[in-house]
Design a protein. Structure first.
Length: 435
């Protein structure tokens, strides 16, 4: 058994769940940040944390030079399986056009046309980019295939990446958009038939490869009734539920997610007071142990409100009311929503910075939402914190204090990253040439 002790840590944000302050559920308690600290990693897990002066001996010792250490970011929402980019659409948006779900079809065409090896390389490169920004636990979705064969191909790709330890969580998003061949025009089958396909044959094909099912419950995509059909079928297949909701308007996705016990509803830009209350009311729902170490049951616990700050900026949407959600007592996560249409970035540090500067979260609230919040949204107890026994996922900042994330916006802050106890390469990923 080999062990490593890391010393020279100015701030060690353990976020240890055993030290949560019940009076401030969305925040970080003083006891969860150790000063002048050390951490011992053994067999990919956190074996010890405490004052540097008391650090035990280990096989290897490294001095981090007075830097702050956080748990790696837990990015609970991304769409990395795609080809092509939509820079022109983005540029048009910056010139005044508004976002609509229809852009998904453009990426679907490019993704269907991509060879398997190219798609795999693209996803790998995007994961490497995310890790280089401090992300150590990552969820990603299918959703740019929208045929049984293409959704299955994406799900199998994600399953393989999870098996090799490169990725953590996979989500089936066949209900991303009604594809053109089902648009109901000129005698084509229509949305109801596509929903039947997603909830039937497509789900049956992909279910063994994913832990989650998601639906884009929004005007121009799927209405609450169609969304419920897909989610109920997913639950019957043993999958956990996730919802894209209230991105473009009050789509009904929040009420649906809360009613069906979804683990998360994401975007949440357009919320009425009753939506905030509905989410806060789920916060008391207890989690339950899952059937694999480190995992919680997908169907117990709060419906987390996942805010996507980079997406809000990139679509010039009203920022999700993260402050109001926390004040009401809702569980909140921050995620990147990395995708080619609305948020082409996996930079979680940027999302945290934005949450502090523009959504009015304290640094502690934002860090917690991007670590423990994401872990709760993914129903995982093994990541998002550095309590003893947690996965050794560490994000070393090139700063003496984590507040520098917001104090020095835009400056490169990721110094070193460990994932599963292994230090990760942080070399920049070269651009993939357009075919
Ligand atoms: N809103 C739905 N899906 C993605 C956007 C997908 C796209 O435009 O390609 C999102 O989460 O923002
Ligand atoms: Zn999304």
């Amino acid at each position: 058994m080999t062990s490593t002790v890391l010393t020279g840590i100015s701030e060690l944000w353990t976020l240890d769940p055993a030290l949560d302050d019940p009076a401030r559920p969305g925040d970080v308690a003083d006891a969860q940040v150790l000063r002048y600290a050390a951490v011992v990693i053994e067999e990919g897990r956190i074996a010890w944390t405490g004052p540097a002066a008391d650090a035990p001996a280990a096989d290897a010792r490294e001095d981090l030079g007075g830097r702050a250490v956080l748990p790696g970011w837990v990015d609970s929402h991304s769409h990395l399986v795609f080809d092509g980019d939509r820079a022109a659409e983005f540029e048009a948006r910056m010139a005044g056009r508004s976002y609509s779900a229809g852009g998904i079809a453009v990426t679907t065409d490019a993704t269907r046309a991509a060879a398997d090896a190219r798609l795999r390389d693209l996803v790998r490169d995007r994961i490497a980019e995310a890790v280089a920004g401090g992300t150590t636990c990552l969820e990603t979705k299918t959703g740019y295939g929208l045929t049984v064969a293409d959704e299955l191909r994406a799900a199998q790709l994600l399953d393989a990446l999870i098996a090799e330890g490169a990725l953590d969580e996979a989500t089936f998003l066949g209900a991303h958009l009604v594809p053109r061949e089902f648009d109901g025009e000129d005698g084509r089958p229509g949305a109801a038939q596509y929903v039947d396909l997603v909830a039937g044959e497509m789900l049956a094909a992909v279910a063994e490869h994913v832990r989650w099912i998601d639906v884009f419950c929004e005007d121009g995509a799927f209405d609450p009734e169609q969304s419920a059909q897909v989610l109920r079928a997913g639950a019957a297949a043993g999958l956990g539920l996730r919802v894209h909701g209230h991105q473009l308007g009050r789509s009904g996705g929040v009420a649906l997610a809360a009613a069906l016990g979804a683990a998360s509803v994401d975007h949440v830009n357009h919320l009425a007071a009753e939506d905030v209350e509905a989410l806060a009311a789920t916060a008391a729902r207890p989690t339950a142990p899952g059937d694999r170490p480190g995992l919680l049951a997908v169907d117990a616990g709060p419906t987390v409100a996942t805010v996507l700050p980079a997406c809000d900026l990139s679509t010039r949407a009203p920022l999700a009311p993260a402050r109001e959600l926390l004040d009401a007592g809702a569980a909140v996560a921050i995620a990147s929503n990395c995708n080619p249409g609305t948020s082409y970035t996996s930079a979680m540090s940027f999302c945290v910075t934005t949450a502090v500067l523009q959504m009015h979260l304290s640094l502690g609230e934002a860090v917690r939402a991007a670590t423990r919040g994401g872990a709760l949204a993914l129903r995982r107890g093994d990541v998002g914190h550095l309590g003893v026994g947690a996965r050794a996922d560490l994000h070393v900042l090139d700063a003496p204090a984590a507040i520098h994330l917001a104090y020095r916006p835009g400056m490169p802050m990721t110094h070193r990253v460990w994932r599963h106890g292994q230090e990760q390469p942080l070399a920049p990923v070269p651009p993939t040439p357009t075919p």
